[in-house]
Every structure is written in structure tokens, then in C-alpha cells.
Ligand binder design. Structure first.
Ligand code: ADP
Length: 184
């Protein structure tokens, strides 16, 4: 993949929810859509969160009528979490996901991920951070070992100027250092 046209990369936290991860062919299809939109997978991790961790993650929704349903669902099976990078990643990932309410999204935005793969307003297939601040918090929640500042200092420019390829085994993009370009 050539990345010469990218100017700067924003990071966001994406989750494929249990209704997707329980069907490998859906994971495959959604990842294809993510690749088509030229997101880079910076980190990927599959996990099955205990209920208490999910409660922490969705703390802001505590007390809402759907909270219990949401927490039960998100702790019902494995999820796939990803740090994605792209120009304008937060807004672009939310655009690709489609709006929260699946039954509306199926009609209004049928090509979005939730429009295609969402089952209900709760089991709506994906999650995406809604701001830089939330993205930082959420990346830290799932990838506490990932140092955002370090990544911008050491890696961003290589993803912008180097040759980037996808490492299928680890589910992440990597870059090859391109010394000719780096020198110029
Ligand atoms: P989003 O995930 O689109 O940012 P929210 O942060 O508002 O949306 O909600 C978090 C999650 O809670 C949603 O993705 C969905 O799984 C669930 N949820 C939100 N609103 C509802 C609702 N009205 N009914 C059922 N589940 C909901």
C-alpha cells in the first residue's frame, strides 16, 4: 500500500462487538471494509471482558435503560479491539460504522457497517471513540502498554513515508523503512 498521500494520522479505538466476533466471516468482511477505507491497524487484540470491566468501560451510560443489556451483551463473548490510524480517523470510522440506532441506520445508511451487520440497537456490531479525549482514554483502557506520544514521535512518520504492509498473523500494519525517502 502506498501511503505517500497521507498528511497526518489520527488514532481511534475501534471494537468489533460479540455479535460480529462470534462469526469469523463477518469479522473478515468488516475488516475488508476497514482496509478499503485505508485505515491502518496499529494494534489489535482479541479479548473476552468480564462483566466488571465492561461496566467500567460503559460507566457513562450507567442508569440508562439499556445499560444492563449492553453490559451483558458486551461480556457475553469475545470482542476484537483495534487502534486504527488514518487522516481524520475518529470521524471517518464513525461514518463507516453508521449511526447507533440500527433499525434507522438500515434504512438511512444501508452500506454502513451497522446498516449491513447490526442486529439491534444494542447488538450494533461496532464501537468507535467519539473524540480525541475519548480515544486516548479508550486506547489506554484496552492497550495500557501503548504509548501514544511515543507512537507519534517514533512511528507516525514511518507510516506516512515508508512502505506499509499488513501482517495478517498479528492483524496489524507494519512499515518498511524507506531510506531513500527518509533522506530526502
Ligand atoms: P455509539 O456506540 O454509537 O457511540 P453510544 O455511546 O450512545 O453510541 O452508546 C453506546 C452503546 O450502547 C451503543 O453502541 C449501543 O450498543 C448501546 N445503546 C445506545 N443506545 C441504545 C438504545 N437506545 N437501545 C439499546 N442500546 C443502546
Amino acid at each position: 500500500m502506498s501511503s505517500a498521500s497521507r498528511r497526518s494520522l489520527q488514532l481511534t479505538l475501534a471494537i468489533l462487538k460479540p455479535n460480529v466476533v462470534s462469526h469469523p466471516h463477518l469479522v473478515h468482511q468488516i475488516k475488508e471494509l476497514i482496509h478499503q477505507k485505508e485505515f491502518l491497524f496499529i494494534r489489535s487484540k482479541r479479548m473476552h471482558l468480564p462483566r466488571a470491566r465492561v461496566e467500567d468501560f460503559y460507566r457513562e451510560h450507567e442508569g440508562r435503560f439499556f445499560y444492563n443489556r449492553l453490559v451483558s451483551f458486551m461480556s457475553s463473548g469475545p470482542i476484537s479491539t483495534h487502534i486504527l490510524a488514518r487522516e481524520n480517523a475518529i470521524a471517518e470510522w464513525r461514518k463507516l460504522m453508521g449511526a447507533t440506532k440500527v433499525f434507522k441506520t438500515i434504512h438511512e445508511d444501508p452500506n454502513s457497517i451497522r446498516g449491513q451487520f447490526g442486529l439491534t440497537d444494542t447488538r450494533n456490531s461496532t464501537h468507535g471513540s467519539d473524540s480525541d479525549e475519548t480515544a486516548l482514554k479508550e486506547m489506554n483502557f484496552f492497550f495500557p502498554e501503548f504509548d501514544v506520544e511515543d507512537w507519534y514521535r517514533e512511528s507516525e512518520r514511518h507510516f506516512l513515508t515508508g512502505d506499509v504492509y499488513f501482517d495478517e498473523e498479528h492483524d496489524i500494519h507494519r512499515y518498511k523503512l524507506n531510506h531513500a525517502k527518509l533522506k530526502s
